[in-house]
Write a protein that binds this ligand. Sequence first.
Ligand code: CDT
Length: 313
Amino acid sequence: MSRVITVGGAQMGPIARADSRKAVVDRMLALLDTAHARGCDLVVFPELALTTFFPRWWMESQNEVDSFFESEMPGPDTQPLFDRAREYGIGFYLGYAEKTVEDGETHRYNTSILVDKDSNIVGRYRKVHLPGHAEHEPERPWQHLEKGYFEVGNLGFPVWRTMGGVMGMCLCNDRRWPETFRVMGMQGVEMVMLGYNTPAANAVGPEPFHVRMMHNHITMQAGAYQNGTWVVGVAKAGPEEGCDLMGGSVIVAPSGEIVAQAHTLGDELIVAECDLDECTFNKTTIFNFEAHRRPEHYKIITEQVGAVPPPEE
Ligand code: CDT
């Protein structure tokens, strides 16, 4: 049986702080329509796809922060997405801010879900590597308050057998950490989906745009190659009220090659036919983990957080 999944990366242009959920969901429905016309089985939307990248703003009122969170999924605003996707028989990945009550306590996570072709939520991931800072830093040109507005995800990096393959998820900054991909690689992942919101410039020091875009791609390409998996990385792009977000959404083959790439900073669908059987070559040769990994030499990775150089002479 064919294991080809036609995947759409639904890059989204800027979302204004005042944009309603309905206005955003309407844009996502238009991307789903395009995906259907182009024969997609699965569509990947960005991180925090339903709102502007709100950690950019220092907000003292928790009520104001909470206005960017969803406390039900699907909720009244997002139900049309689930309905349209089910009508088309398309699965999707969606990043959003999740507010949830567990054991009587409220938690807030930067979350993605995986929805199958029948519109069932089959997977949930909560971002582990939260970048930025927790307190207001007024000297910055824009804030990056993920550490203040979210808790570290508590679900690890699971994978799910669905849509004919082994599927995994992560979010934005996670892609920069090889551990993210390896933990999923150790579970046989065949497609990693990730949404991102990455500023085109570094807020705290000079870094050329082309170098930042290289970091964006090189991390996903390395994750794909070193684990023999497809990677679908999808941006929120363009000028979002004072902060330019890079685009550069890509679909990366298990060889590490980019097979589709966005060329705009707006709403744009990139499409690739992804044969999950292409994962087998890497997984059974150069990256045959069973044959070649030496975990007895990797303990420092899980036992230590920061780098500890040897003492000075
Ligand atoms: N959303 C997200 O994780 N963005 C980060 C930017 C970090 S700048 C503090 C990224 O790694 O792309």
